[in-house]
Write a protein that binds this ligand. Structure first.
Ligand code: SF4
Length: 435
C-alpha cells in the first residue's frame, strides 16, 4: 500500500522573490503513517502532480486558505480516478464543514494520533469521514515523531540561486497571545507547548546548514528561548557554520546575545507603528549582528493613507534588511474576520484571493483600490534603490562568507591537531628506534 502526500500549489505574492521552502506539515504527517506502508511526498509548487499515480491514498496537506481551491480541485480529480483522498492542515481545520464535502476523510487539528488511525481504518475498510482530537486536547509534544526529512529531494528541489534553502523546524506549538488577525490560538491552543530539546537537536542532525524555526512565537517565553539557545550553542550549531532564522525574539540584550552565539542569522519582526521603540529594537538587533526582515501588515482600521506613506519612509530610515508587505486578510476563525463580518465589510470570499496580497475587505479609511495601490507602492518604494533579489543576495553573502571563514578555521585547527599527532608519533617512533 502507498500513501502520497501532496502540498498543493498556491498563488504567490507577485511582488515577492519566488522561492519555495520545503514544507514541514506533510513530512510531519508522513512520520505518523504506520510501518510497512510506502510513503512519498510531492510539493506542487516545485514539481508537477501526476494524476495517474499508483498511490492508493492521496493525502492533501493544505496549509493556507489560498491553497484550498487547488486542493479541492485535486481532490475531485483523484476521486474521479478511484483514489481515496484524505486531507489535513490548517485551512481544513479552520473550515471543516467546507472541506469535508471534497474528500473521503478529513483530519481536523494536529495530525499525530489521527493520521495513523486514518491509514489503519482505510486498510481495514472502515474509513470515517472526520478524525479529530477531543475538544481542547492536543497531541503530546514530548512524543512527536521526527519529521520524515528523508522523503525530500532537498538539493534538487529546494535551492535559491544555488543556495540550499532552510529546513523548517518546530521547537514549540501553540501561542498564549491572541492577536486579532491571527488564528494560531484557535489552531494550536493558548498554551505554549515546548518540544523537548533532545528531540529538537536530533531533528537538527537531519537538517541542512540553514534552519528556520517556525514556532508561532518564541517571544512568549524568555526561559524557553534561553534554554534553546544554550542547547544550540552546546550542540555546536554556530561553530559548524550553520545559521537559523525565526519569528520575533525577545528584544533583550541577554536573549539576543545568546541567540547570536547560537547561530541566529535573521529574524522576522512585525512592524505596525512608527515609534522610537521599533527603531531601538532594530538597532539593538543589528548591534548583536542579527539581521531583520520587517513584516508589515497594511490596512488595519487605524491606517490612513497618510500613515501608510509615512510608514514606508520610516521603514527606509530605520535600515531594515528586508521588508515583506502584506494586506490585512480576514482568515477564518480570527477576531478580525468576526469584526469585519459583523459590519458587512468582507468583499471577497474566494479563498484564492486570500494570499495576503489582495484587498478582500472594505478598509476603514480608504477604498479597496486605494489600499491595493498603496500596498504596491510600498513594495516599489522599499526596493527602489536595491531590488529584493539584490538585498537577499547580500543577506546570503554574509552567511556564505561567515561559513567559509568558519570552515577555514575548522580546517586549520584540524590540520594543527594532525600535525601535533604526527609529531608525537614521530617522537614515539624515534624513541622506539633508539631503544
Ligand atoms: S502567533 Fe504571533 S500573531 Fe499569532 S497570536 Fe501568537 S504572537 Fe500573535
Amino acid at each position: 500500500m502507498k500513501v502520497l502526500f501532496i502540498h498543493p500549489r498556491w498563488p504567490k505574492i507577485p511582488e515577492q522573490t519566488e522561492f519555495n521552502l520545503p514544507p514541514l506539515g506533510m513530512i510531519q504527517a508522513a512520520a505518523c503513517v504506520p510501518d510497512g506502508v510506502e510513503v512519498a511526498v510531492l510539493n506542487e509548487n516545485v514539481e508537477p502532480v501526476d494524476l495517474e499515480t499508483d498511490a492508493d491514498v492521496i493525502a492533501l496537506s493544505t496549509l493556507l486558505s489560498c491553497q484550498a481551491p487547488r486542493a479541492y480541485d485535486l481532490a475531485h480529480a483523484f476521486r474521479r480516478r478511484g483514489r481515496t483522498v484524505i486531507m489535513g492542515g490548517l485551512h481544513p481545520t479552520l473550515c471543516p464543514e467546507e472541506a469535508t464535502g471534497h474528500v473521503d476523510a478529513l483530519c481536523v487539528g494536529e495530525g499525530e494520533g489521527l493520521v495513523e488511525e486514518m491509514i489503519k481504518d482505510f486498510q481495514a475498510g472502515r474509513l470515517q469521514k472526520i478524525y479529530r482530537h477531543p475538544e481542547g486536547e492536543f497531541p503530546d509534544i514530548r512524543r512527536l515523531p521526527d519529521p520524515r526529512r528523508d522523503l525530500y529531494r532537498k538539493q534538487e528541489l529546494y535551492a535559491y540561486k544555488g543556495w540550499e534553502l532552510p529546513d523548517l523546524v518546530q521547537t514549540s506549538r501553540g501561542c498564549r497571545f491572541n492577536c486579532p488577525p491571527c488564528c494560531v490560538s484557535f489552531l494550536g491552543g493558548r498554551r505554549h507547548r515546548i518540544r523537548p530539546l533532545d528531540l529538537v537537536l536530533r531533528d537538527l542532525d537531519r537538517c541542512g546548514e540553514l534552519v528556520f524555526f517556525v514556532d508561532n512565537s518564541m517571544e512568549q517565553s524568555i526561559k524557553a528561548q534561553l534554554e534553546l539557545f544554550e542547547a544550540l550553542r552546546d550542540y555546536g550549531f554556530e561553530k559548524a557554520g550553520r545559521k537559523w532564522i525565526s519569528h520575533p525574539l525577545t528584544c533583550r540584550p541577554d536573549v539576543l546575545r545568546a541567540a547570536r552565539d547560537a547561530g541566529c542569522w535573521y529574524v522576522y519582526h512585525a512592524i505596525y507603528t512608527i515609534s522610537d521603540k521599533i527603531r531601538d529594537r532594530i538597532v539593538m538587533m543589528h548591534d548583536h549582528g542579527i539581521k531583520v526582515e520587517g513584516t508589515i501588515l497594511l490596512g488595519l482600521d487605524d491606517h490612513t493613507e497618510d500613515f501608510i506613506l509615512r510608514l514606508i519612509d520610516f521603514l527606509l530610515e530605520i535600515g531594515l534588511d528586508l521588508a515583506e508587505f502584506t494586506i490585512l486578510t480576514p482568515f477564518p476563525q480570527t477576531q478580525i474576520r468576526r469584526q469585519l463580518e459583523s459590519k458587512g465589510r468582507i468583499l471577497d470570499r474566494n479563498w484564492e484571493a486570500y494570499n495576503a496580497a489582495k484587498v478582500v475587505f472594505q478598509p476603514r479609511h480608504m477604498s479597496p483600490e486605494r489600499l491595493q495601490a498603496l500596498y504596491e507602492q510600498a513594495w516599489r518604494s522599499f526596493y527602489a534603490e536595491r531590488s529584493q533579489t539584490v538585498r537577499m543576495s547580500e543577506l546570503f553573502m554574509d552567511v556564505i562568507k561567515d561559513s567559509i571563514r568558519r570552515r577555514r578555521t575548522l580546517l586549520r585547527s584540524a590540520k594543527q591537531e594532525q600535525e601535533q599527532t604526527d609529531e608525537k608519533g614521530t617522537g614515539t617512533t624515534r624513541k622506539t628506534t633508539q631503544a
